[in-house]
Design a binder for this molecule. Sequence first.
Ligand SMILES: Nc1ncnc2c1ncn2[C@@H]1O[C@H](COP(=O)(O)O)[C@@H](OP(=O)(O)O)[C@H]1O
Ligand SMILES: [Mg+2]
Ligand SMILES: [Mg+2]
Ligand SMILES: [Mg+2]
Length: 311
Amino acid sequence: MSSSVPVIVRLLASSVSVAHRAGKIVRDVMSKGELGIIEKGKDDYQTEADRSAQRCIIASLSAQYPKLTIIGEEESSGNEGEIANDWLVSEPDKELLSLKCPANLQSIKEEDIVVWVDPLDGTSEYTQGFLEHVTVLIGISVNDKPVAGVIHQPYYKTMVGSEKIIGRTIWGLQEAGVGGFTPTPPPDSLVITTTRSHSNPAVEKALQVMNATQILRVGGAGYKVLLLLEGKASVYVFASPGCKKWDTCAPEAVLAAAGGKLTDICGNFYKYGSSVTHPNKTGVLAAVNNELHTYALNRIPQELKDILTNK
Ligand SMILES: Nc1ncnc2c1ncn2[C@@H]1O[C@H](COP(=O)(O)O)[C@@H](OP(=O)(O)O)[C@H]1O
Ligand SMILES: [Mg+2]
Ligand SMILES: [Mg+2]
Ligand SMILES: [Mg+2]
């Protein structure tokens, strides 16, 4: 049956299942307590959870979709050996298989798709115990544009009767919409979200000029976009390089499917083709709708935009 489902929809359904599995790996590494932290650069860490979750996601997706281009945040050491069988996920999420595929994506082939994987977004927060901020991100792009994405939150708790369910998976597909959560309108006053662990004077300058009633400093691009989707903040501002394509691909896709917009701080969209450079050098500006995006864009001083674009 699934072969009659367009590849974009199948891939999204598979990504939902595999993100769920990767989330369990993230929790298991934490409960074992051996994080295996490696410092990749200044304020830039990798743990056993980042490495293992990425292996699970890439092995599972490439086994089922061998012609995809998959780009993951973590470098592979090349001598990791066989992957555990229970890390290989092959069942797509059944409900998502019935999603209506937008007409322009129906005949897209595997080889036309670039997948951006952030196995653990919010690593600083993970190591410091801010576990709600942690997400697993799988972004699906076609012709440079994020068209679908998954944001999985491994530590989100829901009560179903007296039973506690851990983890949730939010997804979005261009034109088809979003799922896995209840979209909520933005707050009445301007609430901004930004980095918790990577601030600098340019980031602070861009926040000062916004005239916000509240600033929520949280970890991860995925979690910040979740705050937008759930009506806790209306704008995400990060006037600094540091985020990469794997940080923004899935969040941009889900936010766009919900009616929002994610660009750089000059208002330009990033491109997600296989040959682009990884850093989002000109920062991140995201909002729940076009009006708030334009408001924030106009407030950012030209001087800051010039610094980030090296003018
Ligand atoms: N100055 C910087 N150096 C390295 N990574 C940065 C960075 N600024 C942002 N990032 C990356 O962008 C993501 C969101 O950052 P933040 O939480 O500060 O908003 C994080 O992804 P990872 O946790 O997946 O590495 C973080 O590492
Ligand atoms: Mg990282
Ligand atoms: Mg990240
Ligand atoms: Mg990461």
